[in-house]
Design a binder for this molecule. Structure first.
Ligand code: FAD
Length: 221
């Protein structure tokens, strides 16, 4: 699915149907606790008073955390020009090489995406400088695994990735601050973990017990 379109439509649906207020392109610089509520301050000086805050700022969330819980790394991916269906495999399944460095191969229509080649740093200038070299390595790997596929790279990209010590995300409140909630550290599994985060945080705010908090909470850090 088109994740960007899905997210935009979901937000717009609730803006129209549930009175959700949306301020896009508005950077939050701090969240200040005031007795039973929080004051959220944006860089343009606007403020929001609220009972709960959910921090879902991806790899930039470090600024809102009392201590470091995630490491930031860089990851690379390439996508091929469309190939003939005869070259693709059973049900276009996701292929994942679990050894280190890992490698994943999946399809998008009849294009093939190959990704991995992570580096242990987040510096975006250094990360982008390595792109050409990483494209060559990823191409070599797919050609070695599937020599019969006429793989020709159409686009290549890279991005920042957050990892935690056990590979699981952090979802829930910071100990002692029950209304400041976090949904972070999804690593390479943002699609699955963000859904779990949405459910746990909704349950927490509604006072419904959810035993997954023990698995994803900050107590294990
Ligand atoms: C190359 C690459 C390939 C990937 N492939 C997959 C995959 O195949 N499957 C999968 O499940 N996951 C994949 N991931 C991981 C997935 O993209 C992430 O886990 C997911 O996007 C994290 O979502 P998020 O909402 O936590 O953070 P983000 O998507 O980073 O969103 C955070 C948002 O917070 C905003 N923000 C940050 N700071 C502030 C602030 N101070 N004030 C206001 N807003 C702020 C940012 O602008 C951003 O919009 C991949 C990641 C990369 C880089």
């Amino acid at each position: 699915m088109d994740a960007y379109a899905a997210a935009s439509h979901l937000i717009d649906y609730h803006r129209r149907r549930s009175g959700l207020a949306v301020w896009s392109h508005t950077e939050v610089k701090e969240c200040v606790k005031q007795e039973e509520q929080y004051k959220v301050v944006a860089v343009n000086g606007c403020r929001i008073q609220c009972k709960y805050v959910v921090i879902a700022a991806g790899f930039e969330a470090g600024a809102f955390l009392p201590e470091k819980v995630m490491d930031l790394t860089s990851t690379y991916a390439i996508i091929s020009q469309p190939v003939d269906e005869q070259f693709l495999w059973h049900k276009h399944s996701l292929i994942w090489e679990t050894k280190e460095p890992y490698l994943y191969i999946r399809t998008h229509g009849n294009r093939i995406i190959v990704g991995g080649e992570d580096e242990n740093f987040k510096n975006p200038v250094l990360r982008d400088k390595l792109l050409r070299k990483k494209v060559a390595i990823l191409e070599k790997k797919i050609h070695k695994l599937f020599p019969e596929i006429p793989f020709v790279t159409d686009f290549a990209w890279c991005g920042t990735f957050s990892t935690t010590k056990d590979g699981l995300p952090y979802i829930g409140n910071w100990p002692g601050d029950k209304n400041m909630l976090y949904a972070l550290g999804y690593g390479g599994n943002g699609i699955t973990f963000s859904m779990i985060a949405a459910q746990i945080i909704r349950n927490k705010i509604k006072g419904i017990s959810d035993n997954r908090e023990k698995i994803f909470g900050f107590e294990r850090r």
